[in-house]
Design a protein around this ligand. Sequence first.
Ligand code: ATP
Ligand code: MG
Length: 261
Amino acid sequence: MARIIAIANQKGGVGKTTTAINLGAALACRGLTTLLVDCDPQANTTGGLGFPKDPTRHSLYHGLLLDIPLSDLLLKSAVDGLFLIPSEKNLVGANIELADHPDRERLLATKIATLRDSFGFILLDCPPALDLLTLNALVAADSVLVPVQCEYFALEGVSELLDTLARVRRTHNPRLAVEGILLTMFDDRTNLSHQVRDDLKDFFGDQIFHTVIPRNIRLAEAPSYGKPIFLYDPQCRGAASYIELAQEVLSHDSKGLGPRT
Ligand SMILES: Nc1ncnc2c1ncn2[C@@H]1O[C@H](COP(=O)(O)OP(=O)(O)OP(=O)(O)O)[C@@H](O)[C@H]1O
Ligand SMILES: [Mg+2]
C-alpha cells in the first residue's frame, strides 16, 4: 500500500518540484512503483517530465472537479515504474470552484484512496501557496516533506506552514507526520549556506534529513530537457543526492517512524 508524501512549502522556488521529480524517479529506480501527482497549476512537474502543454489532455482538474476517475489520468513517464497525474493551468480555478463544496478539503484524499494499492509511493507536488490545493494534499498525505532553500530568508513563512499542519491534524488528518525538512540548493563554498544550515538545525532539530541537496546546475537544466536527473546526467552530484534522499525516506519505513510534529 502506497505511502503518500506531500511536498509542500508555500514559499516559491525552494525546490519542491525538483524534489518531487527526482525523489520520485529515484524511488522508481529502486523498484518502487511511484506516482507523482502534479497539484500545482504551474504544471512544472508535468513539463519537467517531458509532457508538453496540451489543453485537450485530462488533468487533475478533471479528476477533482469533473469526477473523472484518477486511474484514467495516469501517464507513464520515461522512467520505468514512474507515473504522473498531470496538471494544467486551469487547476488554479479549483480554489474558487471548490470553495462551496462541502468536502472541499477532502476531495483528493477520497479519490486517491482508490490508487493506494497500485503504488509503493505517491508524491504530491504542491503549489507555492497555503491554498485549497495544498490543503487537499496535506489532508490526503501520510507525511509532509518540506524543502527549505539554504538562503537568508529560509525560515520566512515556516510558522504559517507549521500552523497549517497543526490545523490539518486537528480537523482532518490527525496522523499527518513530518517526513522531514530537506535543505536544498546548499552551496558548500558560502558561509551563508553553512550559517543557514546551522540555524535550521537549531530550529528543526532531528526533523532535518541527513541528506542535503547541493546547488547543482545539472538539476536546474534537466527539466528543460523534460528529464529527471537520472536520464539527464546520472553521474552528477545532484543525482547522487536524490538517490541518498530516496534511501533515507525508505529507511523511515523500516524504522516505523510515527508522526513527528
Ligand atoms: N539543487 C538545485 N540546484 C540548482 N538549481 C535548483 C536546485 N533545485 C531547484 N533548482 C532550480 O531552482 C528553481 C526552483 O526550483 P523548483 O521549481 O524545484 O522549486 P519549487 O519550490 O517547486 O517552485 P514553485 O514554488 O514555483 O513551485 C528552478 O529553476 C530549479 O531548476
Ligand atoms: Mg514547483
